[in-house]
Write a protein that binds this ligand. Structure first.
Ligand SMILES: Nc1ncnc2c1ncn2[C@@H]1O[C@H](COP(=O)(O)OP(=O)(O)OP(=O)(O)O)[C@@H](O)[C@H]1O
Ligand SMILES: [Mg+2]
Length: 312
């Protein structure tokens, strides 16, 4: 049955012999978002992705794509997939390869040619349309693989570390293209990576995975708000003196001077904290440079969630 949820796994488990690669994994991804799938090497990202796209079979548990069981024809039709290490027939040109793959997915020849050209343009490969894929760089192959994944206009694009082989310019350019997919083409994107800085501006929601288990999952905004709650940063011309003046104040739970040279404060009462800060700045004759809520990065969420999941 079709569903508003694009991806859902329940207690999805995959064993390779004795090795438990996925240990009762729960993932839920809404339609129309860009969802990051983040975890260290060996966490189980590629294994999950291979299960979702139906490339390998699960040991137990279940998974649904738009309500269809993973591995079913209906589920596969929804997905475009670019693997971690794409492989190609090296004697084919990029254009012939795309047309061939589009034809295999049931697209008529005329449309297959038109669509392939469009995708080569989109991924800035049109100058190499008639070049044999064997001569492509790793980054070009990666982009060609994404073109192929998009050829049948999938509703869900699944990308396993798509930027791993790209140079910084290529990486930025690809991320910008991906960013527009939900809004411009109604595509949901599921993207695995361990480069948090690049996911920072791309994703709406995220699953953190470690040792085959979901450690945390939510919208990035909600996660950031949870971490930022009651946390403030303060920078003055004399942070040591201001810290001393503020220490022990009733509105402050914790105050410390960070490695970044500025003060980090936990306080449940922003109003009283603000008065205390003004008083301390005046009293110490310091100059106030900045006072505001802590700006949380994806990296901070990662550290905080992985610390929580450490003992599991
Ligand atoms: N075909 C296989 N046979 C045996 N073990 C496997 C197989 N595929 C994966 N594994 C093991 O399963 C675990 C999860 O691997 P997986 O490739 O899913 O991790 P990953 O999160 O994608 O890591 P990376 O960031 O390095 O790509 C690892 O311990 C890996 O060695
Ligand atoms: Mg992997």
């Amino acid at each position: 049955m079709p569903s508003d949820v694009m991806i859902e796994t329940r207690a999805l488990t995959k064993k390779f012999g004795k090795l438990v690669a996925l240990d009762s994994l729960d993932v839920k991804v809404q339609k129309g978002v860009i969802h990051g799938f983040v975890g260290p090497n060996g966490a189980g990202k590629s294994t999950t992705i291979k299960l979702l796209v139906g490339a390998i079979r699960r040991t137990s548990g279940e998974g649904l794509i738009k309500g269809y069981p993973i591995g079913s024809v209906d589920a596969r039709r929804v997905i475009g997939y670019s693997p971690e290490r794409p492989s190609f027939y090296k004697d084919w040109t990029a254009f012939d390869y795309l047309v061939h793959m589009a034809a295999l997915s049931g697209i008529k020849p005329d449309e297959a040619e038109r669509r392939s050209q469009e995708l080569l343009n989109w991924l800035e490969l049109s100058d190499f349309a008639n070049v044999k894929v064997g001569g492509f760089s790793a980054g070009m192959k990666q982009r060609l693989s994404i073109a192929q994944a998009m050829s049948h206009r999938p509703e869900l694009l699944v990308l396993d570390e798509p930027t791993a082989n790209l140079d910084p310019d290529g990486r930025m350019s690809l991320l910008e293209k991906l960013k527009g997919l939900p809004r411009e083409q109604g595509v949901t994107v599921f993207i695995s990576s361990h480069i948090l800085s690049e996911l920072e501006f791309l994703i709406d929601s995220v699953t953190f995975i470690n040792k085959g288990r979901t450690v945390a999952e939510d919208s990035v905004k909600v996660m950031k708000e949870e971490i930022a709650l009651n946390r403030y940063v303060l920078n003055t011309s004399n942070n040591q003196a201001v810290m001393k003046a503020l220490q022990g104040h009733a509105s402050i739970q914790e105050i410390k001077l960070g490695n970044d040279g500025i003060l980090h404060i936990s306080s449940p009462d922003m109003g009283r904290l603000q008065s205390a800060v003004m008083e301390a700045v005046t009293k110490t004759g310091s100059l106030l440079k900045y006072f505001g809520e802590e700006q949380v990065k994806l990296e901070d969420i990662y550290r905080s969630t992985m610390d929580q999941g450490k003992d599991r």
